[in-house]
Ligand binder design. Structure first.
Ligand code: ATP
Length: 342
């Protein structure tokens, strides 16, 4: 089945003075997908989201929601809802009143209001919390009330701007999994802004990597991580090794800049030769960093530059500090090297 398009952006552009915050973006977001906009601070993610919501007018380009041009449509007339990081709940209202608030403004009858709020609170796993005040909830629960407050309107599209940014790491990781489950259950299209690559990889059906107002790559988490299209994506999403053209020519035998992920590089501790089909080189271990599940090696190359390699601590000795200063052989399967553009 081919998914229909929920949001279509064409040539979307927004300038602030001399800054081109969003630079002619073309993007189709599919019905029911969880799409993340991932990029560093100032890359234009929030501005894209605000234009979809209607809070910001584009200087050029068009926005369609479910095939209808809404570029000039007021925010309240668009079938989208936004959840922000600073989800201001009304402190004097109960959870149920907070969730029902939007429906009350729209003059939805009381019976339906109560029923829809109950359904939304059940969706975010907060059934039974209706009578609490926000102050009696944890940060994660408050964030889920904010989500319920948006879901209760049954929007076609939910826009989320770093909604987990205020939570501590443990809660944030837990909410990432929950939010993805909730999205799958309710089937609403989510556009999720984050600068956190782990968050984007964990939650998304597809990721749009944005840099300086432009799309660097659009793909599934696996595509973006395993096949970074540009040097920027290789460096921003996960840790990556870039082989400069001189080293690439020597090791790979082909021109251009190449990327290999650290976990694909095998460190030969006993000096055995690289298997057939693998590229190999040797270097001097500068750093051995123990990080619990794995050990990272930084290996200086004879021609300059260095590579990072990661070894899982699942077998054999994990105390490898004595390798510092030693010469080791490195190899990787050539299927795991990718040419990237600059
Ligand atoms: P962050 O992750 O820090 O929120 P972002 O990727 O969401 O960043 P935007 O907030 O979209 O980035 O900003 C993109 C660029 O536009 C930045 O250079 C920012 O300074 C600029 N910008 C955004 N809003 C305005 C504004 N109202 N006035 C002037 N410049 C702005």
């Amino acid at each position: 089945m081919v998914n229909s398009v929920a949001i279509s952006l064409r040539g979307l552009t927004r300038r602030f003075g001399d800054v081109v915050a969003v630079d002619a973006i073309d993007l189709d977001v599919l019905d029911g997908e969880f799409l993340s906009l991932l990029g560093p601070s100032g890359s234009g993610k929030t501005t894209v989201l605000r234009m979809i919501a209607g809070f910001e007018r584009p200087d050029a380009g068009t926005i369609e929601l479910a095939g209808t041009d809404v570029t000039m449509t007021a925010p309240y007339a668009r079938d989208v809802n936004t959840v922000f990081q600073d989800y201001a709940l009304f402190p004097h209202m109960t959870v149920a009143e907070n969730v029902q608030y939007g429906l009350r403004v729209k003059k939805v009858a009381k019976g339906e209001r109560v029923e829809r709020a109950r359904a939304a609170l059940t969706a975010v796993r907060l059934a039974g919390y209706e009578d609490r005040k926000p102050a009696q909830l944890s940060g994660g629960q408050r964030q889920r009330v904010a989500l319920a407050r948006a879901l209760v309107n049954r929007p076609k599209v939910l826009l989320l701007d770093e909604p987990l940014g205020a939570l501590d790491l443990k809660l944030r990781e837990q909410m990432q999994v929950e939010l993805k489950e909730i999205q799958r259950e309710v089937g609403i299209t989510f556009v999720f802004v984050t600068h956190d690559q782990d968050e984007a990889l964990t939650m998304s059906d597809r990721i749009v990597v944005i840099n300086e107002g432009r799309i660097e790559q659009l793909g599934t988490p696996t595509e973006v991580y395993e096949h970074p299209a540009t040097a920027f994506v290789a460096g921003f999403v996960g840790i990556s090794n870039l082989l400069d053209p001189v080293t690439a020519e020597q090791v790979i035998g082909r021109p251009g800049t190449w990327s290999v992920r650290p976990e694909k590089i095998h460190v030969h501790l006993s000096g055995e030769p690289a298997p057939a089909g693998h590229h190999h080189l040797s270097g001097t271990v500068r750093e051995v960093i123990y990080v619990g599940m794995s050990t990272r090696f930084v290996v200086d190359l004879p021609a300059g530059g260095s590579l990072m390699a990661v070894r899982q601590n699942s077998e054999g000795s994990t105390d490898l500090g004595h390798l510092r200063g030693q010469c080791v052989n490195l190899s990787w399967d050539q299927r795991y090297e990718y040419q990237v553009s600059n």
